[in-house]
Design a protein around this ligand. Structure first.
Ligand SMILES: [Zn+2]
Length: 211
């Protein structure tokens, strides 16, 4: 099998104060009109999506579903639109439905690959490829194909296509009260020495619970 280097260039747009669920519990809306944070799409965004796909099933408690969906959106923005105007005018989006469709699609593809079944509708897994171009890699010393998607969901689908099994490079701190994402050695389970110490204290001196 041929495999080569490529890069994905996309800037995620996130409302500065994050999103909040509307009363209907199906739409997310930017909390305040206080501007947009720009951050590049990275492996961490894909890892977070895969984590969301593990949580978000029709069987999961809907409060956990809502929390995890909100956590993703607050970190990476609305995956299905890249308009900063939506953030400026506080436009809601159908997060509940769109995220569920996205994680279902991801799980179906995983299952197809595992069961060695060619997908019946391959096109739904494939983002528009008209945004391919060429450029330099991060170090500026190698010319590679670059995908410039229109939205985060297209970036995620492109990553799925070519590296669905890519190793998770980021992890979530095992101390529940922290929950921070970090990267590091594969046997590391806490984000920092501080969290490791807090966990040690909690286990060994349960009376003096820290948080
Ligand atoms: Zn931690």
């Amino acid at each position: 099998m041929y495999s080569g280097n490529f890069d994905i260039e996309f800037i995620c747009k996130v409302p500065k104060h994050g999103y909040v669920w509307k009363d209907n519990k199906i739409d997310l809306v930017p909390k305040r009109n206080t501007g947009v944070i720009y951050k590049p799409y990275t492996q961490e965004a894909y890892d977070d999506f895969r984590r969301l796909a593990k949580y978000k099933t029709p069987k999961t408690n809907y409060i956990i579903n809502m929390e995890e969906t909100l956590r993703f959106a607050n970190k990476w923005g609305n995956p299905f639109s890249s308009s900063d105007n939506d953030i400026k005018i506080g436009a809601p989006f159908h997060a509940e439905m769109l995220f569920l469709q996205a994680v279902t699609l991801y799980r179906n593809l995983l299952k197809n690959i595992k069961d060695e079944i060619v997908p019946k509708k391959p096109n739904e897994f494939i983002p528009p490829l008209s945004f391919m171009t060429f450029g330099w890699d991060n170090n500026g010393d190698k010319m590679i194909p670059i995908y410039k998607p229109k939205c985060l969901w297209d970036a995620i689908r492109f990553t799925m296509l070519f590296s669905i099994d890519a190793k998770e490079t980021s992890k979530v701190c095992a101390r529940k009260e922290c929950g921070k994402t970090f990267s590091g050695r594969s046997n590391k389970i806490y984000c920092s020495p501080a969290c490791t110490k807090k966990m040690w204290d909690d286990v060994n001196r349960p009376g003096k619970k820290s948080n």
